[in-house]
Design a protein around this ligand. Sequence first.
Ligand SMILES: O=c1ccn([C@H]2C[C@H](O)[C@@H](CO)O2)c(=O)[nH]1
Ligand SMILES: [Zn+2]
Length: 129
Amino acid sequence: MSVLRTAALAARENAYVPYSHFAVGAAVRVGDRIFSGANIENASYGLSNCAERSAIFAAVSAGYTKLDELLVIADTEGPVSPCGACRQVISEFFPADAVITLANVRGDSHQTTPQALLPGAFSKGDLNA
Ligand SMILES: O=c1ccn([C@H]2C[C@H](O)[C@@H](CO)O2)c(=O)[nH]1
Ligand SMILES: [Zn+2]
């Protein structure tokens, strides 16, 4: 089992999901360091944070803003599909051609890229037009 998958599954155990009961885990690689995260919900539903963003924000909080690889895992029929907000955040911190692995607990996985997940993402450059 890959290091990222193991880390994401471990983080998923800590998902705080009393509302959806849908646990998600994610893990980011930057060089040889790994950061992981789970989804964290709130009684005020809109404040919930997805696993992808938890993992990415853990890496950024540790001082890394150029991330190398991401894996996301949940108990879905096919590979889990990140929401639009996470696609935008992924595009901020990964190269357009980075490897993003979408997986499920039964062993399916699909490799994609930030560019494929969100073509035309809003970016830093758009602020300076
Ligand atoms: O890729 C995804 C999709 C959904 N969720 C979370 C948000 C919410 O807590 C729950 C149901 O949408 O799953 C994630 O963390 N990542
Ligand atoms: Zn999301």
